[in-house]
Write a new protein. Structure first.
Length: 198
């Protein structure tokens, strides 16, 4: 069965975006501060990171078979122009599927039955590869449902003060983690991996 993990670039004080969805220029500076190119499935979008971060991204891309995101992210990115930059199928958890496109195609599947159904659909699509769930509300729902195996953090050296936390309003705390089981030091970012204790 595929592993379910979540990952996000996060500030030192725990935010994946700043107030009013700001701060991305600080959080994602590591995507362009190196000399190793990592192409994406989006035309014109090539990341330029340190060698260590490029190897980290390559492994993540090779192991990921499907994504689970919320409708807010899907709308905010305009559906990534029809294909996610990782070039894998995306399961969109939503209360209201869009009316201007099919409920399922090779790029996107819209699920309305809850987080368990969304992860089950993503597992079918991923096969033995990882299912990666978006940070924030989707990650919290997965954690509370006992579906999450790992948490990956790309820790950026910035304090945002407030905004959207990686995890918020957890129903049961504390949540124990094992690790970090892996630490990769890039330029302007430290990549950390933790296992969720069940």
């Amino acid at each position: 069965m595929s592993k379910v993990m979540t990952g996000a670039t996060m500030s030192i004080d725990g935010y994946i975006s700043g107030p009013n969805e700001s701060g991305f220029d600080h959080l994602f500076r590591w995507y362009g501060n190196g000399d190793v190119e990592t192409p994406t499935a989006m035309p014109g979008m090539t990341l330029r990171t340190s060698k260590a971060s490029a190897e980290h991204l390559r492994e993540l891309n090779e192991r990921t078979g499907a994504l689970v995101v919320g409708r807010h992210l899907y709308d905010a990115t305009n559906g990534w122009g029809g294909r996610h930059p990782m070039d894998v199928p995306v399961v969109v958890l939503t209360h209201r599927p869009p009316t201007d496109r099919p409920v399922a195609d090779e790029n996107f599947v819209f699920v309305t039955e809850g987080i368990e159904a969304a992860v089950a659909t993503a597992r079918e699509l991923a096969g033995d590869s990882w299912v990666v769930v978006n940070g924030g509300t989707i990650a919290r729902q997965c954690l509370e449902a006992g579906l999450l195996d790992e948490i990956h953090v790309d820790l950026a050296p910035v304090l945002l003060g407030s905004g959207t936390p990686f995890f918020s309003e957890l129903a049961t705390v504390p949540v124990e983690l094992v690790g970090p089981t892996r630490v990769v030091e890039g330029i302007g970012v430290t990549h950390l991996r933790y296992e969720v204790v069940r």
